[in-house]
Structure formats: C-alpha cells, structure tokens
Design a protein around this ligand. Structure first.
Ligand code: ZN
Length: 92
C-alpha cells in the first residue's frame, strides 16, 4: 500500500482538501493519520503563538524604558576628568 506523500500531508494540515484517494488513505492508515495530526499541531502552534513568544516579540514598556535609560546614562560622560591640575593650583 502506498502512503500519502509529505506534500499532500502538509497541504492537508494547512487546510487544503486532499484528493479523494489521499483522504481515503488518511482515514484508513494509522501511520499517515498520525503524521497528519502532528503536522496539524505544528501548524496550529505556529498560528497561535504562546504567551511567552508574544512577550519576546513585544516586550513591556518598562523594559524599553530601562534600556533607553541605561543608554542615555552611558552616552553622557559628564564626570570631571581626574588630573593633576588641582594640586598645582593649591600649591600657589
Ligand atoms: Zn499511509
């Protein structure tokens, strides 16, 4: 017996109507039916991202605030330079 090819399984998992012969085989063959089920789950997980994935795509505003604050602190070198001029001035 010939199994359903991967392309047909993928297309069916994506919602396409399989050919009658393929549909009949998928209904009878446990191997192909299981593979189709796995593909359907993979497609479903890709279409509905988990909450953790959504957090990665859109981080909370406080994260951006802390990042921009850290960058602006580093971008302003307003600390006075440490030199030997002060000792000379006090000596005079
Ligand atoms: Zn099969």
């Amino acid at each position: 017996m010939e199994h359903t090819d991967e392309r047909t399984l993928a297309a069916t998992a994506l919602g396409e109507e399989p050919a009658p012969a393929a549909a009949g085989h998928l209904g009878r063959c446990r191997e192909c039916g299981g593979e189709l089920e796995q593909l359907r789950r993979a497609v479903a997980s890709m279409r509905t991202p988990s909450p953790a994935d959504r957090d990665l795509l859109a981080p909370p505003e406080r994260v951006w605030t802390s990042i921009t604050e850290a960058l602006s602190v580093r971008g302003e070198p307003d600390a006075p330079p440490v030199g030997g001029d002060t000792s000379e001035a006090s000596a005079v």
